[in-house]
Ligand binder design. Sequence first.
Ligand SMILES: [Zn+2]
Length: 131
Amino acid sequence: MLPETDRRVQRLTIMERISLRTIYRDNGCWEFHGHANTYDYPQIEYQGRHQLVSHIAWRIMKGKKIRNGFQLNHDCDNPRCYNPDHLYEGTQADNLRDLRERGPQTYFPKSWDSSNELPEPQPPMMKRRFL
Ligand SMILES: [Zn+2]
């Protein structure tokens, strides 16, 4: 038997569950602060498996799947962001082109409040590898 709060959370839609762990930034980023994979891309359990939060939000809010051979790249360079307006379907080559053109980013905005309990900003692993 799950505690009452867990059962309540289970009744929420997936987007409601995601929003419980989101910080909405002034720059439009919707940052998910829950579990993340080794590249700092947030994941949540949905339909029985761990899925990328950005992929779930894209499918639900855009109403379509990511095309075969494509991935979701960030225009905002914030791996924790899942705002579909900050994402585009692209290739890994596009991702690397973004990195060349924009350089490695520190993705937390200057308004970051270090007094809260969220993790310290880290450069995305994917980008660090190509420095
Ligand atoms: Zn963003």
